[in-house]
Design a binder for this molecule. Structure first.
Ligand SMILES: Cc1cc2nc3c(=O)[nH]c(=O)nc-3n(C[C@H](O)[C@H](O)[C@H](O)COP(=O)(O)OP(=O)(O)OC[C@H]3O[C@@H](n4cnc5c(N)ncnc54)[C@H](O)[C@@H]3O)c2cc1C
Length: 323
């Protein structure tokens, strides 16, 4: 899924056509460095790297000496090794607008409203009621409402283990110039990457629930000390801005649910992206299109992300980061 996302985002104009206005999602191939420690962390990383290489990803394991040689500003304490893969970064809003303008160029109509209820008949969704008072006839309904997807699932009696978990991002400038770095992430959670003239560091809330107010304290008391521990260059930094959003966490296994609801077959759910939804979006969009127009998956088989595993409480085995 990520490989297909890479293909689409890195050659966006080629793949996303139809719009009168073109948007450039600013794909930059900066790399991704996932750092682990301890025997279990190293074993899981090695297994994932093997699997990724079999699928054609150019990913390499670097030991601490090699890490320090490539990124001399970093200490890599509490790291036994890391996997470096050639990931990219994009501007997600520009990508969203690119998809939207292309769809509109092909005749798709976007309605700004809120779904407040569904009318069913004969085990199928027939009408969608809107907050404005109107309603829309439904042929197939695709629930892609992210953290709000559970509310819409409840309208058809589908109970999903998805809940909002706040993720904050802090943008800061560093006084000292350092070597270019890939997006860096430690298995214990610290994640830092280049953004504009500085860097972004993120923090996930320990508890679930919508939290819209920013918590600057987490930057001052937790993230900054952790950053300074990683690199002396992150001792003298200046916080420029911050923002927060929410992951639609699938508590079962941290992977999305992409499937028809067996009890209401014209209701499709694609949610629970748990912090990976931007890179997986092109593959999910294509897979849902295949479900509707071709009667099943044709290019990437997403049946492992199906609804059955939720009903049977069978988490997808996955040693990667859960968010
Ligand atoms: C801080 C942060 C960092 C992230 N970093 C990454 C990353 O590095 N890589 C990655 O791959 N992913 C990342 N993600 C995750 C990624 O951003 C999401 O998975 C992705 O944007 C989800 O897209 P979506 O279309 O499913 O949901 P959204 O873009 O949230 O769209 C859902 C839409 O549904 C609408 N909606 C909700 N309820 C209703 C209703 N009742 N009626 C009508 N409309 C409704 C909402 O208004 C919204 O427009 C990050 C997320 C956050 C918060």
């Amino acid at each position: 899924m990520s490989l297909y996302g890479d293909q689409v985002y890195s050659a966006f104009a080629e793949h996303v056509r139809g719009g009168k206005v073109e948007f450039d999602p600013q794909f930059r191939r900066r790399g991704y460095l996932y750092q682990v420690h301890g025997a279990a962390g190293v074993a899981a990383l090695e297994a994932n790297v093997r699997m990724q290489r079999e699928l054609g990803v150019e990913v390499h394991i670097l030991d601490v000496a090699e890490l320090r040689r490539r990124y001399p500003s970093f200490r890599f304490t509490n790291v036994d090794c890391a996997a470096l893969s050639p990931d990219g970064q994009v501007d997600p809003y520009a990508a969203l607008m690119g998809f939207r303008k292309a769809a509109e160029g092909l005749g798709i109509v976007y309605v700004k409203d809120r779904l407040v209820g569904l009318e069913l008949a004969g085990g199928l969704v027939k009408q969608a009621r809107l907050a404005s008072g109107g309603s829309l006839p439904v042929d197939t309904l695709v629930n892609v409402a992210n953290c709000w997807a559970p509310e819409i699932c409840a309208m058809v009696g589908m109970s999903v283990p998805i809940e909002p978990v706040r993720r904050q991002q802090f943008y800061f400038l560093a006084q000292q110039q350092i070597e270019p770095i890939p997006a860096m992430r430690h298995m214990d959670g610290l994640a830092v990457r280049i953004h504009q003239d500085g860097y972004i560091v993120g923090a996930t809330a320990p508890q679930a629930g919508f939290k819209w107010e920013l918590d600057h304290e987490v930057f001052e008391s937790t993230l900054w000390p952790q950053l300074a521990e990683q690199s002396a260059a992150f001792e003298a930094i200046k916080l420029k801005s911050a923002w927060g959003g929410h992951y639609d966490m699938n508590r079962l296994d941290g992977n999305p649910i992409v499937d028809r609801f067996d009890k209401v077959p014209n209701f499709i759910l694609a949610a629970g992206f748990s912090g990976h939804g931007l890179m997986h979006a092109p593959a999910v969009g294509r897979a849902v299109k295949e479900m509707i127009l071709d009667g099943g998956f044709r290019t990437i088989d997403l049946s492992r992300l199906g609804w059955r595993r939720v009903v049977e409480n069978q988490p997808l085995a996955d040693d990667g980061p859960t968010a």
